[in-house]
Design a protein around this ligand. Structure first.
Ligand SMILES: Cc1ncc(COP(=O)(O)O)c(C=O)c1O
Length: 430
């Protein structure tokens, strides 16, 4: 272990050293195997070491790894844009290197969209307070995630829309009463920021901050209607939920909304390469072309041919190898298993999710379900014990609750899902 390596936990216990991985299994230097129950950080959607992707990486690396976008385009990049738009139904793609950069790009594209129409006042955004959109200043301005504290007053205080968190906030209300209440509060905010609103940025299903929280059916369509009424763009942050994670190419389509911009990352490179994208609808695309016809900004490594060829291979695996079909089969099994663990355990107070983005919420007081104080310690402790049992889970990091995201590769088999559930049941029992 190198004391020169800065890690998140500078004084924590040593972490295992991962040396190889295949499918849903990661092996450490001591030969211990871990079931990757959260695809890393909900990244490795097609599992590890897929031979087709490895081959594509080697092929591309032997031909061309970099040609800067100001001088060249490349075949894999053009093919990726076409394939991704066909897969997701968006009109055009702007590539970057990480989910945070993609959120920043969406913010900039939205502001540019309004500016091209002669409206320079629309620079303000609404988002969910208990959400996460990345570790950059723009992303953190949109997030109430605890990480925001690290940068104090450097971030904007974008106002918060009510975020759908059924377990804590719904109470005894029906879904329609709850939805109507949230939309009434949202309307007041839209009215307040009417002339300055560039758009809203929301996760279709809550991820790193809340843990697989699913909105009631009418909420996202209600927000879309407000955007249309008040002239803001609907930006879906699908960094975690996109690329089939929730059962469809993009999660927003399951709620009947058609965002103006969608942001994706994580599963796009699927752990094989850093790559992310902001996808735009025809309306946004046309406005940018008809206006200045120029997107300002960009990042040096954005859209490099090696990452593009890799993501293209990942997308081909997803489309051609029955990945979504497998996920559709295994997801109900996983959800049922988590619900059973909730019933049997004193520690698990909620089990929820959509498709292969599931979570359990923990409390040491099952009777009240009270969130632990200090927050995060319990979830980290259970995650550490799960790791000792050979199961990796993703604790929520937002300072909101203690939840563990359960989101294995979409390629996991029934038998492997059963192993995951058994390891998890044993962990919470202990
Ligand atoms: C919804 C969402 N948006 C943005 C990000 C930031 O992505 P990255 O860590 O690749 O910068 C994340 C990361 O967890 C995320 O979950």
């Amino acid at each position: 272990m190198s004391g020169r390596l800065l890690q998140n936990d500078l004084n924590g216990p040593p972490m295992p050293t991962a040396v190889r991985a295949e499918g849903v299994w990661i092996t450490d230097v001591a030969g211990k195997r871990y079931l990757d129950g959260c695809s890393g950080a909900i990244v490795s959607n097609i599992g590890h070491g897929h031979p087709r992707v490895v081959r594509a990486i080697c092929d591309q690396a032997s031909r061309l790894t970099f040609a800067h976008r100001t001088a060249f385009t490349t075949e894999p990049l053009r093919e990726l844009a076409d394939a991704l738009c066909m897969f997701t139904g968006y009109d055009a793609a702007w590539f970057v290197g990480s989910g945070s950069e993609a959120t920043e790009a969406a913010i900039q594209l939205a502001v540019q969209f309004h500016r091209e129409r002669g409206d320079r006042k629309r620079t303000w955004f609404l988002s969910f307070r208990r959400g996460y959109h990345g570790n950059t200043l723009g992303g953190l301005s949109l997030s109430g995630n605890a990480r925001r504290d690290a940068v104090l007053n450097l971030v904007h205080d974008f106002p918060s829309l009510p975020e759908p968190y059924a377990y804590r906030d719904r109470g005894d209300r029906s879904d329609s009463e709850w939805t109507a209440g949230m939309l009434a509060t949202a309307r007041l905010l839209f009215e307040k920021y009417d002339k300055t609103l560039a758009g809203i940025v929301v996760e279709p299903v809550g991820g790193a901050t809340m843990g697989a929280t699913v909105p009631p059916a009418g909420y996202l369509p209600g927000l879309q209607e407000l955007c249309d009424e008040f002239g803001g763009l609907f930006i879906a942050d699908e960094v975690m939920t996109g690329m089939g994670r929730c059962g469809t190419a993009m999660a927003a389509e399951q709620f009947g909304v058609r965002p103006d911009i969608a942001v994706m990352g994580k599963g796009l490179g699927a752990g094989y390469t850093p790559i992310a994208a902001a996808l735009v609808s025809p309306r946004v695309h046309e406005q940018l072309r008809a206006g200045s016809g120029r997107i300002l900004g960009g990042h040096t490594y954005a859209g490099n041919p090696l990452s593009a060829a890799t993501a293209l291979a990942v997308l081909r695996v997803v489309r051609e190898e029955g990945v979504l079909e497998n996920a559709a089969r295994v997801a109900p099994r996983l959800a049922a298993g988590l619900a059973e663990i909730q019933q049997r355990s004193d520690l698990v107070v909620d089990a929820r999710g959509l498709g292969m983005l599931q979570a359990i919420e923990l409390s040491s007081d099952k009777a009240t379900g009270r969130a632990p104080d200090p927050q995060g310690v319990l979830a980290r402790e259970v995650a550490a014990r799960a790791a000792a049992n050979g199961l990796i889970l993703y604790p929520t990091t937002g300072g909101v609750n203690d939840a563990l995201i359960v989101a294995p590769p979409l390629t996991i088999t029934d038998d492997e899902a059963d192993v995951l559930l058994e390891k998890l049941a044993n962990t919470v029992r202990a």
